[in-house]
Design a protein around this ligand. Structure first.
Ligand SMILES: Cc1cc2nc3c(=O)[nH]c(=O)nc-3n(C[C@H](O)[C@H](O)[C@H](O)COP(=O)(O)OP(=O)(O)OC[C@H]3O[C@@H](n4cnc5c(N)ncnc54)[C@H](O)[C@@H]3O)c2cc1C
Length: 436
């Protein structure tokens, strides 16, 4: 079976590996010169340090992603917490830590929540009530935005501001006003209120690209090939199936099955160029993520990372392993600042950090700043967008052997690395059953 995988992000890599495990002959084509798609690392020209296009955090419940890195032998590059531990920093109330390590699984999370000092007892109990609702009812939140769900479950303002908003932004890359409560419920069930193992955060210790670095050799050892700097421009569709694909280097490859693992916009371009007229669903708005790397002359951060409350900055990561004094900041759903000039963003972030960590940073001097604006970081998934996310076989009615993968397809997960990895496995499972 000849499989063409279009796109070398995590969805494409996942599909290619699963197809190769089945003994299929795999060709993966990626239009950029590198693999990894929206999760990659590169060298900062000023310092020579390896940095990511944005700090990525994974969790123990990323089972499909973990299968990939274990097979590639790069799982040791993900540092797992002993149990979930998240610091929250607030200018007026200082540092607070959610530590789920005292008891196993859900009990540990409940214990950690009830010990949060910066929330009132009523706020902590309201959070617990919402979690219990979600754990008891698989339908909880369906069709609602997070905002509507938080109102229905009577969440006090303090719990929304200090707990739910940062959690939703970090996991769904959308504000509570539009993010689907169904996905928040999924995140609570699978991750935060899952097993101790599933709730752990996994932080990459090197560059994101290191996680997939062995992939081309892994694939070659199984008879497959990777073409980078080459795009798939058109599918040759004969009698309702893709018989071949035209690549930008003039080559035409014969195929038995095609896995599209490209973002929705790229799929629309490709299908139109191939004479496929209908698209699986309307293209949603994209939600930007702004990442800021700041190099200080000394290490000043005492925790590994912290959620920042009441600031434009949402998360601060201590990147001391990469360079002493380096911190990475994340602003999700960043449409408010994505158009600001980079030097202004650096100034704003430095000033906010100094407010949050005033004594620790008193002597720290900023040496260098870098802003990375990912304008198309993920789709902005609202309840209606979520409902319309296409299944892997959504286009099979028109092209029998074309399967869809990617974080934007219907994975039942937020648009994440795990969603991408899962979609690749799902596409190959569907291709296999259609071929039988
Ligand atoms: C700044 C930032 C921070 C993030 N943080 C997190 C996080 O903390 N945790 C988390 O789980 N997720 C996070 N994400 C989301 C995660 O990166 C994405 O969900 C995931 O990388 C998507 O993978 P994908 O394979 O579906 O798509 P992509 O990575 O976009 O891969 C698609 C690939 O297809 C290629 N392509 C397009 N058209 C063609 C063509 N015609 N021919 C050949 N190739 C083509 C593209 O070049 C691209 O490489 C973050 C994303 C960003 C941008």
């Amino acid at each position: 079976m000849k499989a063409l995988v279009i796109g070398g992000g995590w969805a494409g890599i996942s599909a290619a590996m699963e197809a190769a495990r089945l003994g299929w002959e795999v060709v993966l084509v990626e239009e950029r010169p590198y693999l990894g798609g929206r999760a990659r690392s590169f060298i900062d020209q000023t310092t020579g340090d390896v940095i990511d296009n944005g700090q990525h955090v994974m969790m123990g419940c990323y089972h499909d992603l973990l299968r990939i890195v274990r097979d590639l032998g790069t799982d040791h590059l993900l540092e797992a917490q002993r149990a979930l531990r998240v610091a929250f920093v607030d200018e007026s109330r200082g540092l607070d830590v959610l530590d789920a390590s005292r008891m196993p699984g859900k009990l540990g999370m409940a214990w950690g929540l009830m010990r949060l000092r910066n929330l009132t007892v009523a706020e902590r109990l309201a959070i617990m009530r919402l979690a219990l609702t979600v754990l008891r009812s698989p339908q909880a939140g369906r069709g609602l935005t997070c905002h509507e769900f938080l109102i229905r479950t009577a969440q006090p303002e303090g719990a929304v501001k200090r707990f739910w908003e940062p959690l939703v932004l970090a996991t769904l890359n959308a504000p509570v006003a539009v993010a689907p409560a169904e996905l928040l419920a999924t995140v609570l069930r699978l991750a935060f209120f899952g097993t101790t193992e599933d709730a752990k955060l996994l932080i990459p210790t090197g560059g994101l690209s290191d996680l997939i670095e062995p992939f081309p050799a892994w694939l070659a050892a199984r008879g497959g090939r990777v073409h980078t700097s080459t795009s798939v421009d058109r599918l040759r569709i004969v009698d309702g199936r893709a018989a071949g694909a035209d690549l930008s280097d003039g080559v035409c490859v014969d195929v038995d099955v095609v896995i599209s693992a490209v973002p929705q916009r790229a799929l629309t371009r490709l299908t139109l160029a191939s004479g496929v007229t209908s698209v699986p669903s309307a293209e949603p708005e994209m939600s930007p993520i702004v990442s800021v790397y700041l190099w200080y002359d000394r290490q000043w951060m005492s925790v590994d990372f912290a959620a920042a409350l009441g600031t434009t900055i949402q998360w601060v990561f201590n990147k001391n392993r990469t360079a002493e004094g380096l911190v990475a900041l994340t602003v999700s759903a960043a449409s408010d600042i994505v158009r600001a000039p980079s030097n202004e963003i650096v100034r704003l972030c430095d000033a906010e950090l100094r407010r949050l960590f005033s004594s620790a940073m008193a002597a720290a001097e900023l040496k260098h700043g870098l802003v990375i604006k990912e304008k198309h970081a993920t789709a902005c998934i609202t309840p209606s967008v979520h409902e319309q996310r296409p299944a892997t076989d959504a286009l099979c009615g028109q092209v029998r052997n074309l399967l869809l993968a990617g974080d934007w397809t219907q994975t039942q997960l937020p648009a994440t690395l795990e969603g991408a990895a899962r979609s690749g496995f799902a596409a190959i499972a569907a291709a296999r059953s259609r071929a039988q």
